[in-house]
Design a binder for this molecule. Structure first.
Ligand SMILES: CC(C)(COP(=O)(O)OP(=O)(O)OC[C@H]1O[C@@H](n2cnc3c(N)ncnc32)[C@H](O)[C@@H]1OP(=O)(O)O)[C@@H](O)C(=O)NCCC(=O)NCCS
Length: 140
């Protein structure tokens, strides 16, 4: 298993994996948008035996990194990808990693295990849906 930057040839596999995040109002698996993320080198994939088994889009924002999307098809890959994001923060001297997560995904417990000690549930926040705002400091 290795984690690497995604390239154009991975686009179809990435979009297929991201479909699990799509809602009635938002298409995280949109090809054009993910092609943009790949071109910016914000998209990372976990590859096992030639198959894409995980994807993460990590977007730099002002002074922090945001996990925009994260999907794992195999136990353990979620942790590896978040640790990868933490390493990138450390390398770039970025003190904060955070994300939005729709409550319907029910992954607050996962992020808590990954050290996201800051967790706020905002009601009717995003597309009218309940949404967690989750964050962790990198070196504290
Ligand atoms: C959430 C997701 C990325 C986790 O990936 P994963 O590879 O299954 O996670 P890991 O196996 O690395 O789990 C790490 C730890 O978190 C726990 N965990 C995983 N998913 C969890 C969840 N939904 N709630 C609570 N804990 C969870 C695991 O049990 C493990 O705990 P342990 O260290 O005590 O064994 C994956 O389930 C997924 O892709 N879900 C669908 C897409 C999604 O909702 N993504 C999040 C968008 S914000």
């Amino acid at each position: 298993m290795k984690i690497q930057s995604a390239h154009v040839q991975h686009l179809t596999d990435i979009c297929e994996l991201l479909k699990v995040l799509d809602t009635e109002k938002r298409t995280f698996s949109d090809e054009k948008q993910n092609l943009f993320f790949i071109s910016k080198q914000w998209c990372y994939i976990a590859v096992e035996g030639g198959n894409v088994v995980g994807v993460m889009v990590l977007e730099p924002t002002e002074g922090s990194y945001k996990i925009y999307t994260l999907v794992s098809k195999q136990k353990g890959i979620g942790r590896l990808l978040v640790n990868w994001a933490i390493d990138i923060c450390r390398k770039n001297n970025i003190p904060k990693l955070w994300c939005w997560s729709l409550a319907r995904y029910a992954v607050e417990g996962f992020y808590k295990k990954m050290g996201f000690a800051e967790s706020f549930l905002l009601h009717k926040q995003w597309d009218g849906e309940d949404c967690y705002f989750l964050g962790r400091l990198i070196n504290d």
